[in-house]
Design a protein around this ligand. Structure first.
Ligand SMILES: *[C@@H]1O[C@H](CO)[C@@H](O)[C@H](O)[C@H]1NC(C)=O
Ligand SMILES: *[C@@H]1O[C@H](CO)[C@@H](O)[C@H](O)[C@H]1NC(C)=O
Ligand SMILES: *[C@@H]1O[C@H](CO)[C@@H](O)[C@H](O)[C@H]1NC(C)=O
Ligand SMILES: *[C@@H]1O[C@H](CO)[C@@H](O)[C@H](O)[C@H]1NC(C)=O
Ligand SMILES: *[C@@H]1O[C@H](CO)[C@@H](O)[C@H](O)[C@H]1NC(C)=O
Ligand SMILES: *[C@@H]1O[C@H](CO)[C@@H](O)[C@H](O)[C@H]1NC(C)=O
Ligand SMILES: *[C@@H]1O[C@H](CO)[C@@H](O)[C@H](O)[C@H]1NC(C)=O
Ligand SMILES: *[C@@H]1O[C@H](CO)[C@@H](O)[C@H](O)[C@H]1NC(C)=O
Ligand SMILES: *[C@@H]1O[C@H](CO)[C@@H](O)[C@H](O)[C@H]1NC(C)=O
Length: 400
């Protein structure tokens, strides 16, 4: 099984860089289905994408009984994303700087920059500001039956960020796998860049009759013995904390159901003031397993014993944000492809999990972490690059 997965990931490396293509953009409306989405498929996997936020909207995997499950959150119709701008970054690419920026400011070469705040009564900037990349339409620059490339040009000064950034997001399906490559270039000035895929998962497609939540999903973060310390509004405070074995944040010593520690008082406040659950940035201490090769060991594994569906996440990124959807409250709708007839068609609290490969959050405000060359890019620098592979498999369903 492992060698099969490795061959999948390695074969994906052959994907060519879209940035080298100078072809005329194709007619964007060709290949759209009636819901305004682009469909890609490969053996064992089918997924739909939209230009809005370069978002994934549907991801179908057959469960252990051969029933197709749509295991990501999204809207049924592409038009709805622009109409309902309060959606919580559903499946898109937050940019140009994912996660939170303390006090909506940072310093580059002695110059202070102030970006547009949009969270906690304007005390910080989340996911690139109120008009971040995942609230804008990307352009489709290439599209085949198993791959699509989106691009965006983010102008100088937009949301307060210095300089223009040009980015290409490529999604490719291969048998049982979804591969992501993100490239971004700062063309005019030095600027922070950090991207991720903000996909919400429920590996049961919200159809598990025992629970509408993801609390019974099992999570493993084998390299994450440490996490970034944060204040009550989830802004890094500069500390790096130990995830002590068997503590609520220990997902490294072995796989654990997400809900296992919910009764523990230690989990109150773990995701901000008065918040019970997870919204934490775990470090990926990969050197622990020897040679540094991101294709050989997943940084995270999420599995549901009800559907049998498992996703192994491979990435070269060195941190991993895990959010247990404590902010959901039964108002966000699920899709027509999800859920059960006799249950409210909404996302309940803890109904999903977000797993974001990225770099150490807000490192632009922590120069002592020495990650400037991973997060600040200027003209002539190497491009920002993120690669990840989500590899799916199906285990036998649990009995009972
Ligand atoms: C794009 O393709 C659609 C569907 O085939 C067609 O109706 C439309 O006229 C085309 N647009 C352009 C600009 O070629
Ligand atoms: C679905 O999306 C398409 C393309 O965006 C749009 O033309 C159509 O009106 C939408 N249908 C509904 C029911 O919203
Ligand atoms: C699920 O199985 C059915 C029946 O074999 C097949 O037609 C379908 O393509 C499969 N779905 C996926 C996503 O592979
Ligand atoms: C927050 O940013 C403002 C500029 O918007 C600056 O004047 C202030 O000193 C900053 N505060 C802290 C605590 O860094
Ligand atoms: C946000 O900043 C204001 C001051 O501008 C402060 O009064 C308030 O307590 C802060 N809110 C949070 C949640 O930190
Ligand atoms: C994105 O494109 C769709 C389809 O053309 C359009 O209806 C929508 O208004 C656009 N949204 C934004 C935020 O530009
Ligand atoms: C589901 O999670 C709950 C709470 O953590 C636990 O009590 C229950 O045993 C779990 N069920 C299964 C089937 O694992
Ligand atoms: C946290 O909960 C306590 C007790 O319910 C409450 O007094 C306090 O105002 C809450 N704080 C915030 C920031 O919501
Ligand atoms: C549920 O969450 C939404 C989105 O954050 C918010 O607008 C709404 O007021 C919340 N509803 C309740 C009942 O808390």
């Amino acid at each position: 099984m492992l060698s099969f997965k490795l061959s999948v990931v390695v074969s994906l490396l052959a994907v060519t860089s879209p940035a080298q293509s100078h072809a005329e953009p194709p007619n964007d409306t060709i290949g759209l289905n009636e819901d305004g989405k682009y469909e890609l498929s490969a053996e064992g996997i089918r997924a739909l994408f939209i230009p809005y936020g370069a978002s994934i909207t549907n991801l179908f995997i057959n469960d252990t009984h051969g029933i197709e499950r749509d295991i990501v959150l999204g809207f049924d119709n592409a038009s709805h994303y622009s109409i309902d701008p309060f959606h919580p970054h559903l499946g898109g690419v937050p940019g140009r700087y994912a996660n939170r920026i303390k006090n909506s400011s940072f310093v580059i070469d002695g110059m202070e920059y102030n970006v547009t705040p949009n969270e906690n009564y304007n005390n910080d900037t989340l996911h690139g500001g109120p008009d971040g990349w995942d609230y804008r339409n990307f352009t489709v620059v290439a599209h085949t039956s198993d791959s699509i490339t989106f691009s965006i040009v983010d102008p100088d000064g937009k949301e307060g960020f210095p300089g223009e950034v040009v980015s290409y997001i490529t999604y490719t399906l291969s048998p049982y796998a979804w591969y992501i490559k993100m490239v971004a270039l700062a063309t005019t000035k030095k600027t922070p860049i950090m991207l991720t895929s903000h996909t919400y998962w429920n590996l049961d497609g919200f159809a598990n009759p025992d629970t509408p939540t993801a609390l019974n999903h099992t999570l493993s973060l084998p390299f994450s013995g440490q996490r970034v310390g944060v204040d009550g509004i989830l802004i890094p405070d500069g500390t790096i904390l130990p995830n002590i074995r068997y503590s609520v944040n220990d997902f490294w010593s072995g796989p654990k159901q997400i809900g296992t520690n919910f009764p523990s008082p230690d989990l109150l406040g773990n995701c901000g003031t008065n918040c019970t659950g997870y919204d934490n940035c775990y470090l990926v201490n990969r050197a622990q397993k020897g040679s540094y090769d991101w294709h050989t060991h997943p940084v995270a594994t999420l599995a549901s014993s009800w559907s049998g569906i498992q996703v192994d996440i491979y990435s070269e990124q060195e941190a991993f944000q895990f959010y247990s959807c404590g902010g959901q409250n039964g108002t966000l709708p699920i899709k027509s492809t999800q859920g059960l007839e006799d249950r409210p068609r909404v996302v309940e609290q803890y109904g999903c999990v977000v797993l974001e490969v990225q770099d150490w959050i807000d490192a632009i405000n922590h120069p002592e972490w020495q990650r400037q060359n991973k997060q600040v890019f200027g003209p002539g620098d190497k491009p920002y690059v993120l690669e990840a592979a989500y590899v799916f498999s199906v285990n036998d369903a649990s009995i009972g």
